[in-house]
Design a protein around this ligand. Structure first.
Ligand code: V0V
Ligand code: CO
Length: 153
């Protein structure tokens, strides 16, 4: 059902400074950057291992774009640091339904748009041992999310 760690989300106050830290300290490069207005973030994906065929693992650096967003609230309460963990799946709706059936609150009634065309849902951290948890399914062409899609190309 859940096959891999897709990304670790890290809340930061200044995305460009955080990107520079990960580049200068570890040599990680930005594979993708976008603004997700619905989630209230500007984010950069730094590939740690794997390839763009859907098998990769990323760091997701998150800077809030509005004061009332989840990441802004997190920064105000906790400061910078690890914000969430995301598991990859080939079927995010099915995985969310299965986890929800085990008593975990699923925060999104239907999958929402995530980075690189992925589909995502969040699980309540209070039902996950204090860890905000995301389930993510890759776009059909691959990228962040689940398994390689062998039906393409
Ligand atoms: C809040 N809490 C957390 C937490 N954020 N615990 C662990 N990890 C976090 N990241 C705790 C907080 O300390 C409180 O506990 C309690 O939950 C309620 O927090 P709050 O600040 O009062 O409440 P809200 O309104 O911020 O709600 C928290 C939730 C919210 C988790 C429900 O942040 C949410 O819906 N998050 C999902 C969306 C999201 O995070 N989007 C940004 C990433 P105490 O103090 O009461 O014990 S976007 C992304 O990852 C994308 C686009 C992608 O991957 O593609
Ligand atoms: Co994420």
């Amino acid at each position: 059902m859940l096959t891999r760690i897709d990304h670790i989300g890290i809340a930061c106050a200044d995305l460009d400074a955080s990107v520079a830290f990960y580049r200068d300290t570890y040599g990680f490069e930005v594979a993708h950057e976008e603004v997700n207005e619905e989630q209230g973030v500007r984010e950069a994906m730094l590939r740690v291992n794997g390839t763009d065929d859907g098998g990769a693992t990323y760091l997701q650096l998150l800077e809030p774009v509005r004061d009332d967003s989840p990441v802004a609230r997190f920064l105000a309460r906790h400061g910078e640091g690890v914000h969430h963990i995301a598991f990859g799946t080939g079927d995010v709706a099915g995985a969310a339904a299965a986890v929800g059936g085990r008593g975990v609150r699923v925060l999104d009634a239907a999958p929402r748009p995530g980075t690189m065309g992925s589909s995502i849902v969040f699980l309540h951290p209070k039902d996950c041992g204090g860890v905000l948890t995301e389930l993510v399914q890759a776009a059909a062409h691959g990228g962040a999310g689940g398994e390689p899609d062998l039906t393409q190309e």
